[in-house]
Design a protein around this ligand. Structure first.
Ligand code: NOJ
Length: 557
């Protein structure tokens, strides 16, 4: 394949928008599509290639919109289908593609199909689209098997306990239904052809509107072992099991790939992608999803799982190469499910240094909204304001994911720190409370500050586009301590010609090197022509650059 034939998604920088927390256009305290549309210039200026929009569909919001009540519409609090089309058109006008979030494993308990299944009662054919079973034990009072919900507790609840479920005149409803996530998220039965056909229609519905692809939620979970046998361990694991990585998935993704590839690749938005959220235990579990006729991409969660030390970061990168590369397995530092990098890695400096590692790697990179501002996790959200079902299902033992979903600060002082951009100036408080001082991280505060996170991200994304070695999918070559042979790095005295552990050093052609010092002491930068970018200021050491601890530099060599 020549360079011009390389699909756009292979080295795209994709910006993840959690719409309820991005920008609010109507002052109700909830972000919406119009708010996003009004901020597209910000994203164009930042330099992203695409947006991944997390669910915006009608939803009772028991799991932040991942409980979908209608797959072919926009939640009225977030906008309208016409507004979605306008968003796509305006984003396209700026060269920005839009990837929609597809949630095929489960719907909302408010979805008409699940309501019809409840109403049908035990034995009703409508129940076949989901997994309803009688309970175990003499009186059926035990769940049908030992599968765990990802959010805590069993993966089963009783049909008759769903709120709003009418008592019914017939026999008492003894069935349980399967929900691998929240009680409000019944799993579809993917062995049923009507479910398969419905999702093919849904794919086409959004592709016809012009989306550039899909992020596929829980892509490893759709099919369940039809016997519903107990798992050997009731602990949830990402290894193949009765509920994850079932073999039928691969035929399904081959069909979806054909559908995606049937859309024209020649014009904007070009070849469509699908990026699977596939959690796995080892590379051999993941690799089949990336066969040439299956999912174009799966997320690479190596950085999310890695602690902040050179060996672990290096291992995360090498593990990716062991199964694929960054074009098929995009690099990710955070998302709406995990503690923000500034807090997870322990400091703003560490998050800045890691961001420069992420953005210099070959392939595609995903940025979760607010990472470019250096937002920390908000840890002190009052219990009464927490929304995440994980918090509620575990009685607060698991704090949940609200802390990375707090609405963005756009200005230093106005109500909601500019999150609500109403003409009238009146706005309701943001749906999740923003902490005092949030404005110090705002776009307004950071825009003109050359030392800010925002300036660092902008500079990195510009260089990614302009430097011939960056962007693209070309290889990297390690030059560090663990590489074969001595490193060209100038060493502190008394070493054997290899850099001390605690550093990352790789090269990409032509003429680019990344050097990250994660050790405790400053070290001289490797020989270079020019420092292109540094994650923290470099002290001048008599003409040669000294790289402080916790710093990444991009070098022209
Ligand atoms: C993964 C999504 O990222 C997460 O937010 C959601 O709760 C689960 N899937 C269930 O849909």
């Amino acid at each position: 394949m020549t360079v011009s034939e390389t699909p756009w998604w292979k080295d795209a920088v994709v910006y993840q928008v959690y719409p309820r927390s991005f920008a609010d256009s109507d002052g109700d305290g909830i972000g919406d599509l119009e708010g996003l549309r009004g901020r597209l210039d910000y994203l164009a200026d930042l330099g992203v290639d695409a947006i991944w929009l997390t669910p915006f569909y009608p939803s009772p919001l028991h799991d932040g919109g991942y409980d979908v009540a209608d797959y072919r519409d926009v939640d009225p609090r977030l906008g309208t289908l016409a507004g979605f089309d306008a968003l796509l058109a305006d984003a396209g006008g700026r060269g920005i593609r839009v990837i929609a979030d597809l949630v095929p494993n489960h719907c909302s308990w408010d979805h008409p199909l699940f309501r019809a299944a409840l109403a049908a009662g035990p034995g009703g054919r409508e129940r076949d689209l989901f997994t309803f079973r009688p309970g175990r034990g003499a009186d059926g009072s035990q769940p049908p098997n030992n599968w765990p919900s990802a959010f805590g507790g069993p993966a089963w609840d009783r049909a008759r306990e769903v709120p709003g479920q009418p008592g019914g005149a017939g026999a008492p409803d003894e069935d349980w239904y399967l929900h691998m996530f929240d009680v409000s998220q019944p799993d579809f039965n993917w062995h049923h052809p009507a479910v398969v056909a419905m999702f093919e229609d849904i794919l086409r519905f959004w592709l016809d509107r012009g989306v550039a692809g899909f992020r596929v939620d829980v892509a490893h979970g759709l099919f369940k072992d039809a016997t519903l046998a107990d798992t050997p361990s009731p602990e949830r694991s990402h290894a193949p099991s009765g509920y994850y990585h079932q073999p039928e998935l691969h035929a399904l993704y081959r069909t979806w790939r054909k559908i995606a590839d049937s859309y024209p690749a020649a014009t904007f938005p070009g070849p469509r992608t699908a990026v699977g959220e596939v959690w796995y235990d080892k590379p051999s579990t993941l690799r089949p999803y990336l066969a040439p006729d299956e999912l174009p991409q799966v997320f690479n969660f190596g950085f999310i799982l890695s602690p902040w030390d050179a060996a672990s970061v290096r291992a995360a990168i090498d593990a990716t190469y062991a199964m694929s590369d960054g074009s098929q397995a995009p690099w990710v530092l955070g998302n709406h499910d995990v503690v923000r990098p500034v807090t997870r890695f322990g400091s703003p400096a560490a998050a800045r240094a890691t961001a420069l590692v992420q953005l210099a790697l070959p392939g595609s990179a995903y940025i979760y909204q607010g990472e470019e501002l250096g937002l920390p996790e908000v840890l002190d959200i009052p219990d009464s304001a927490r929304q995440d079902p994980t918090f509620h299902r575990t009685g607060g033992r698991r704090i949940g994911r609200d802390g990375c979903r707090v609405p963005l600060p756009w200005s230093t002082s106005s109500p909601s720190y500019g999150f609500s951009i109403t003409g009238s100036g009146h706005s309701s408080p943001a749906w999740l409370p923003q902490p005092t001082g949030w404005g110090t991280y705002s776009v307004e505060a950071e825009r003109d500050d050359p030392a800010s996170f925002l300036s660092l991200y902008k500079a990195a994304l510009r260089l990614r586009r302009s430097h011939p070695a960056l962007g693209g999918t070309g290889a990297l070559r390690w030059l560090d301590a663990d590489a074969a042979g001595p490193s060209p790095i100038r060493q502190p005295e008394g070493t054997d010609g290899r850099p001390p552990k605690g550093q990352l050093h790789f090269r990409r052609e032509p003429g680019f090197e990344l050097f990250a010092n994660l050790g405790p002491d400053p070290v001289p930068a490797p020989p270079h022509r020019e420092v292109l970018l540094a994650s923290s200021p470099l002290p001048d050491a008599g003409g040669s650059a000294l790289v402080p601890p916790g710093t990444t530099v991009w070098l022209a060599v």
